[in-house]
Design a protein around this ligand. Structure first.
Ligand SMILES: [Zn+2]
Length: 128
């Protein structure tokens, strides 16, 4: 399992607009970007990317999430694989060795807080 601190470093070093642009032609619409969804077939763009929130969301098929989720869905990766793929793009190494119990305990609380924040953020995004 990957420490949440590494995941958050990679997240901050990654621009989701750039990642999505490799697959989707994005057009700026206000503060967001819109394009044709790569995950379902459509003629009018309902796929949006928020550079401020660093998330994507498709109003057509409901696909959404972070840059990690986009890579997982696009390339059929697992979460750790997506984290490693984005990490290598921005030069952040993902530790492979398992954490010691002491290390686990140290990051445990931090991760719970981060996870709670993330779930809350996702919830508010999907139900504005
Ligand atoms: Zn879609």
């Amino acid at each position: 399992m990957i420490p949440e601190s590494v995941i958050s470093d990679i997240k901050h070093a990654t621009d989701i607009v750039q990642v999505v642009s490799e697959t989707v032609v994005l057009k700026k619409t206000g503060s967001n970007f819109a394009g044709l969804c790569p995950f379902h077939s459509e003629k009018t763009p309902s796929f949006t990317v928020s550079p401020t929130k660093q998330i994507f969301y498709c109003f057509g098929c409901g696909a959404g999430g972070s840059a990690f989720n986009f890579l997982m869905k696009r390339d059929g990766l697992t979460f750790p694989e997506a984290v490693k793929a984005l990490g290598s793009r921005c030069g952040i190494e993902v530790p492979d060795k398992p954490m010691s119990p002491a290390e686990k305990e140290k990051v445990g609380l931090r991760e719970k807080i981060l996870l709670a924040n993330r779930v809350a953020a996702d919830f508010f995004f999907q139900d504005p």
